[in-house]
Design a protein around this ligand. Structure first.
Ligand code: KG4
Ligand code: ZN
Length: 356
């Protein structure tokens, strides 16, 4: 089963071709990502209109490149998948419309993929991870702990009450005058800093639920930075180290709570799986190892380039859904908001859908 995947939910334009074998094994035939970082850097964050225009300009070329690198024609495809949400609406329209055009012209089924589901299923592309597993999804827009029970079968165990973790990294970088995107910059600075010099709050720790909250930590960091302005290089390093340390303490505690909830409701998970850009952080990868060992479960960490946004995960989610007969109609629309629990499983089955 060969699927083309298109990703345009945020500031990465991506296209990939992925194959799903008879026994469910995944193979990436091509995976092309164009990051718009430079176009947004001057604004310190993603500007939706700039993102949408950049997607329009480059997507056709990226798809052509992905097909060429995979050494396949459109006629070789079994389906065309595009991320249909959640995300910035302009980008979603670009990706989904392009996918529909290819599906229509080449008479292939269309699969409108939920971007979060794609992050959730990446562990099966890279590691053949069996269901059920516990997913820690942490990106610029999302922070969730999810029980992944099957394709289209997700139960949210916890999530953030305000900012996403990646967003907090980005805002910290902005306050401290570091570049965008902030995650890698803060991580680099933190590695040089002393985490004990500043005391920042460690929210949510010890609670029974598995929720996150970042806004108090973010405010405390800003106040501390203002108090010490103008900041020396050393101040920036130490503030980053303190911030990252607080995030780590919170993530460890929240994951322990999430894994406990998982075990109570569904029995022991087959693995703890990480996804989303924040999972590219080495310190966070280290803590995940510790938490998985304590819980006596396997840790599955897809390579960093498959944790951040990419087309392969969309193609793979498309292939997993196609294998279940879950295809969508050409009337499917984009959804700026689309919670994971609202992703469908069997009831969306429709054999005539692609040519409706
Ligand atoms: O999954 P992703 O590529 O895009 C979405 O948000 O969907 O994640 C990007 C987010 C950004 O907020 C970025 O700052 C954060 O992931 N990030 C990191 C690191 N690399 C990327 N956060 C902490 N440490 C990193 N090394
Ligand atoms: Zn993402």
């Amino acid at each position: 089963m060969i699927v083309l995947g298109i990703e345009t939910t945020c500031d990465e334009t991506a296209a990939a071709v992925v194959e799903r074998g008879q026994h469910g094994q995944g193979l990436i035939l091509s995976n092309v990502v164009f990051s718009q970082i430079e176009e947004h850097a001057a604004f310190g964050g993603v500007v939706p209109e700039i993102a949408a225009r950049a997607h329009v300009e480059i997507l056709d070329l990226l798809i052509a490149q992905a097909m060429r690198e995979a050494n396949r024609n459109f006629s070789d495809l079994d389906a065309v998948a595009a991320a249909a949400g959640p995300g910035l609406i302009g980008g979603l329209i670009v990706g989904l419309t392009t996918a529909k055009a290819i599906a229509l012209v080449h008479e292939k089924p269309l699969i409108a993929v939920n971007h979060l589901e794609a992050h959730a299923l990446t562990a099966r592309l890279t590691h053949d991870t069996p269901f059920p597993y516990c997913l820690f999804l942490a990106s610029g827009g999302h922070t969730q702990i999810v029980a992944v029970l099957g394709v289209g079968d997700y139960v949210r165990l916890g999530g953030t009450r305000d900012d996403a973790i990646g967003e907090a990294f980005d805002k910290t970088a902005k306050v401290l005058g570091l570049g965008y995107p902030g995650g890698p910059e803060v991580e680099r600075s933190a590695a040089r800093g002393d985490p004990t010099r500043f005391t920042l709050p460690r929210p949510m720790i010890g609670r029974k639920d598995a929720d996150f909250s970042l806004s108090g930590l973010k405010t405390a960091l800003r106040l501390e930075a203002e108090k010490h302005a103008p900041l020396s290089e050393r101040d920036v390093y130490d503030l980053c180290a303190a911030f990252q340390q607080s995030v780590i303490a919170m993530v460890i505690d929240r994951l322990r709570a999430g894994l406990r909830m998982f075990d109570e409701r569904f029995g022991p998970p087959m693995a703890l799986v990480a996804a989303g850009g924040v999972a590219a952080n080495q310190a966070i990868r280290g803590l995940l190892n510790q938490v998985a060992m304590e819980a006596d479960t396997a840790l599955v960490l897809p390579p960093a380039e498959l944790c951040t946004d990419n087309g392969a995960m969309i193609a793979w989610a498309g292939a997993e859904r196609l294998a279940q007969g879950l295809i969508d109609t050409l009337e499917s629309g984009p959804h700026a908001r689309w919670p994971l629990e609202q992703v469908t499983k069997a009831d969306k089955f429709s054999s005539h859908a692609s040519r409706a």
